[in-house]
Design a protein around this ligand. Structure first.
Ligand code: F6P
Length: 566
């Protein structure tokens, strides 16, 4: 185990090693206990291993852990410097040390009225000024006070952005669809560089009634800039002069100069800040389309829900701290049981984009192998996160979960009260959620299969012939998270819960959760490959300098077969 130490929050290596080794020993002694046995040993297991906070119930009783495991996990969290790191996160410390900045997303939803400082300056006045600007803009858009150049009402907002500048707002628009205001514009998203997405997105739109939000912290992400340029030309076809075209664009960015150079009007720029990491930016002006759609007050409720979860994370003892518990359970599986993948399974149509949102949050934050002390890790960091809305997943990949050879962990997320009146659907949906967690845990042994099939009247000889096919090993762990109702407040809390879980994991795994150098190499290579592709298409000799034969072969095949549109 390589030591974990940070330039920003030092950790006592010997304490950390001692806590890790104690957990390792405990794991070796208990790893073969089955979940069924753990439940048989403790009739109060559900009460002992579930926690409630602010409309959430987290049941983690279906996990391979005991009270002693929890104690050892939390000892490890303390030894990793979690409490100091947490303090840094909330007070503007330079926790994103490879970029020499803070990760101050908590400031965006700081509803306490207290200042939060970065670089000796309170960031709250600016944060609140942008919120006020979002409110005015969205209200004017909906009322029709803000019109297009031809005086027509804006009916569609197209949000152009990718990664963290896309996944959060997209997930929120879907999650809060029941809160859509009657006079709200339609909101569409344009993320992919694929022209098919642009064409599909704009096919039935009228440029005179369309507004584009160019959402990019850097204002240099090629996907976003190319889509924005195409959008500009698309509006220009209907609107004659550049100044009028500009009235169809706003930007959300930390790079004001680049936005203005692009043609965005200065007053149409909604600032974000260097201290804000893209995948944690949903509570900023990145959610301008969300505010246009559901209104300002519900958006503030989402911030309040996130703030409540932030405070819970900051102030609650680790034993009852939801993000800490979820994170430490994931550390147990990731680093001791060697489980590679984690599923996020919302039993909710409105949360169907939550797995994709969280996939970026954990994998881009913690998918790293260089530790804070620049050594290479000898332990696993982020798991592979995937998922799907629950019942759809059941009819797709759940077969592998139930009878495949892989280990996995899973979060089942259910809503107690839906926004619709269709009780029959809802009862069935939630029954499915609970049934899957039980089936995964209990499994079904040969005796149970035999007796079930005999009762169903099957020929005993046939039963014996197929018996092994019908056995489920079970013993698969899962968490179940129940949310009273998916209000904006609850959604804010849910997002913050997972964000803070990710933060805790990063501290334990010893990585900087707030940079993403791993995405740079591909971005760099694309430039050379693009140049070579253009040379080949123009019939020029491309030098292929140092490029590997597979890529050269693919480029040549593409150039030979590409037929320019007439
Ligand atoms: O994929 C890398 C990344 O930098 C993400 O972290 C970020 O969310 C996304 O690209 C978009 O970046 P930007 O907001 O600067 O366009």
């Amino acid at each position: 185990m390589a030591f974990i130490v940070s330039p920003s929050f030092p950790v006592d290596r010997s304490d950390f090693h001692a806590a890790w080794n104690a957990l390792q020993t405990h794991y070796e002694q208990t790893k073969n206990h089955t979940l069924q046995q753990l439940f048989a040993d403790d009739p109060q297991r559900f009460q002992n291993f579930s926690r409630r906070f602010d409309g959430f119930l987290v049941d983690f009783s279906k996990n391979h852990l005991t009270s002693e495991t929890l104690t050892r996990l939390l000892d490890l969290a303390r030894a990793a410097g979690l409490e100091t790191a947490r303090e840094m996160l909330f007070t503007g410390g330079r926790i994103n040390w490879t970029e020499n900045t803070a990760a101050l997303h908590v400031a965006l939803r700081n509803r306490s009225g207290n200042p939060i400082e970065f670089n000796g300056q309170d960031v709250m006045p600016e944060v609140n000024a942008v919120l006020a600007k979002m409110q005015t803009f969205a209200e004017n858009l909906r009322s029709g006070a803000l019109t297009s150049t031809s005086g027509r009402k804006i009916r569609t907002v197209v949000h152009i952005g990718i990664g963290g500048s896309y996944l959060g707002p997209k997930m929120m628009i879907e999650a809060l669809a029941p809160y859509t205001l009657p006079d709200a514009p339609e909101v569409r998203f344009l993320a992919n560089i694929d022209g098919a997405e642009f064409v599909t997105c704009t096919r039935d739109l009228d440029p005179q009634e369309t507004l584009f939000v160019v959402a990019t912290k850097s204002f240099s992400t090629p996907e976003t800039i190319i889509n924005a340029r195409t959008a500009w030309q698309w509006v220009h076809q209907a609107v004659s002069n550049e100044t009028d075209v500009a009235r169809h664009f706003v930007a959300v960015t930390a790079n004001r100069a680049a936005a203005e150079a692009f043609g965005i009007l200065p007053e149409a720029i909604f600032p974000i800040w260097e201290w804000l990491v893209g995948r944690y930016s949903w509570a900023s002006a990145m959610s301008l389309p969300v505010v246009c759609r559901i209104g300002f007050a519900p958006f503030i409720q989402a911030l309040e829900g996130a703030h409540a979860m932030d405070r819970h994370f900051l102030e609650t003892p680790l034993e009852d701290n939801l993000p800490v518990l979820l994170a430490m359970i994931s550390v147990l599986y990731n680093n001791f049981f060697d489980v590679q993948t984690h599923l996020v399974l919302p039993y909710s149509y409105h949360l169907r984009h939550f797995p994709a949102y969280y996939q970026q949050c954990e994998m881009e934050s913690n998918g790293k192998s260089t530790l804070r002390d620049n050594t290479t890790t000898d332990h696993h960091t982020a798991q592979i996160i995937w998922g799907e809305s629950g019942t759809n997943g059941q009819h797709s990949f759940f077969q592998l979960l139930h009878q495949g050879t892989r280990s996995f962990t899973a979060d089942f997320i259910g809503l107690i009260n839906p926004h619709h009146p269709l009780d029959t659907h809802h009862f069935e949906l939630i029954a499915n959620c609970f049934a899957q967690t039980e089936a995964l845990m209990e499994g079904r042994n040969a005796d149970e299969v035999r007796s079930k099939l005999l009762t169903a009247g099957m020929d005993p000889a046939v039963i014996e012939a197929i018996l092994p096919q019908r056995v489920f090993n079970g013993n698969h762990p899962s968490n179940t998270l129940l949310v009273d109702r998916l209000t904006p407040y609850a959604l804010g809390g849910l997002i913050a819960l997972y964000e803070m879980k990710t933060f805790v994991q990063g501290v334990l795994w010893g990585v900087n959760s707030f940079d993403q150098w791993g995405v740079e190499l591909g971005k760099e290579l694309v430039k050379g490959i693009h140049a070579e592709q253009q040379a080949l298409l123009a019939g020029e000799a491309a030098d292929g300098g140092g490029r590997n034969p597979s890529t050269r072969g693919l480029l040549a095949h593409f150039a030979a077969r590409y037929a320019r549109p007439a």
